[in-house]
Design a protein around this ligand. Structure first.
Ligand code: NDP
Length: 284
């Protein structure tokens, strides 16, 4: 048996098209996203270019505020203040990583929670945890949920095992999938680098989500026959992008699997667009 390949690229394209239709129907100015980019890290610049292209495609106005890596923290915080106060800006994204001399948490927590399109502000993390609909939910967890729902793998009642507990992916994904609402209602187990007998948990998963950043860590022996496997991981072997899952081997055992690239990645960008529209509609 070979698994169904979950085509994140196609699903993300469908979502962009739905968002474009919604945005085309808006009256008044279009939704606006400001991206704060510090320094000249080539991958960060490439990510920002990709995000802006996606904005353009659906009719979101985006601007990039580019600052030198030597910028003082206080100057950056004042710039964020200005964006927080601007009625022309609906959503703010701080591209990570920031240079070492800047406190990432201080900068992220400075973004007004209602414009926090990445959902990294503690107010949004708290709102997510208590299941408040106003929460801005981090894009990758939201993308994983959409991917499951749109591929007819509703997590409700299923045992979801997440490998990874970061604040960006693992933790908010666990909080999201255990909510008492449509698209969630899962039984969630989270494992990490300190978990003993990791395999004994992953083998119990109806839906296994790998978000570790360890290339090809997940082998067929981690996977239950017929499980759905979602690979969030992105690593590079030379120029080749690879995930956390041994794709070719695991696909023989799983019922469905996401590829890397073309799985979760495009969904993350689509959810950035969705969150920008949410910020616009709620704050406008
Ligand atoms: P982090 O490095 O912040 O977290 C990785 C998590 O994996 C940690 O909780 C860590 O455990 C756990 N982990 C690492 N090694 C092992 C191991 N050997 N066994 C068990 N658990 C392990 O990464 P992120 O959460 O930010 O990202 C995870 C991956 O997802 C990365 O490859 C990243 O590039 C990718 N990513 C992809 C996105 C997309 O759009 N597709 C978006 C965001 C991230 P511990 O906490 O104990 O250290």
């Amino acid at each position: 048996m070979s698994a169904t390949i979950i085509d994140g690229k196609a699903i993300a394209a469908a979502i962009r098209s739905e968002l474009k239709t919604k945005i085309d129907q808006l009256t008044g100015r279009p939704p606006a996203l400001s991206v704060v980019l510090v320094g000249d890290d080539p991958s960060s610049h490439a990510y920002v270019r990709m995000k802006r292209r996606a904005c353009q495609e659906v009719g979101i106005r985006s601007e990039v505020l580019l600052f030198p890596s030597s910028i003082e923290e206080s100057t950056l915080l004042s710039e964020i203040d200005r964006l927080n106060q601007s009625p022309e800006v609906d959503a703010i994204l701080v591209q990570l990583p920031l240079p070492k001399h800047l406190s990432t948490s201080k900068v992220l927590f400075h973004v007004a929670s209602e414009k926090d399109v990445d959902g990294f502000h503690p107010v949004n993390a708290g709102l997510l945890l208590i299941g408040d609909a106003q929460a801005k939910i981090p894009c990758t967890p939201l993308g994983v949920q959409e991917l499951l729902m749109r591929s007819s793998f509703d997590p409700a009642g299923k045992h979801v095992v997440i490998v990874g507990r970061s604040n960006i992916v693992g933790k908010p994904l666990a909080a999201l999938l255990m909510q008492k609402r449509e698209g969630s209602n899962a039984t969630v187990t989270v494992v990490h680098s300190q978990s003993e007998h990791l395999r004994s948990y992953t083998q119990q998963a109806d839906i296994l989500i790998a978000a570790m950043g360890q290339p090809h860590f997940i082998t067929p022996s981690h996977v239950r026959e017929g499980a759905v496997v979602i690979d969030v991981g992105i690593s590079y072997q030379g120029k080749k992008m690879v995930g956390d899952v041994m794709f070719q081997e695991v696909k023989q055992k799983a019922a469905a699997i996401t590829p890397v690239p073309g799985g979760v990645g495009p969904m993350t960008v689509a959810m950035l667009l969705k969150n920008t529209l949410q910020c616009y509609l709620e704050n406008g």
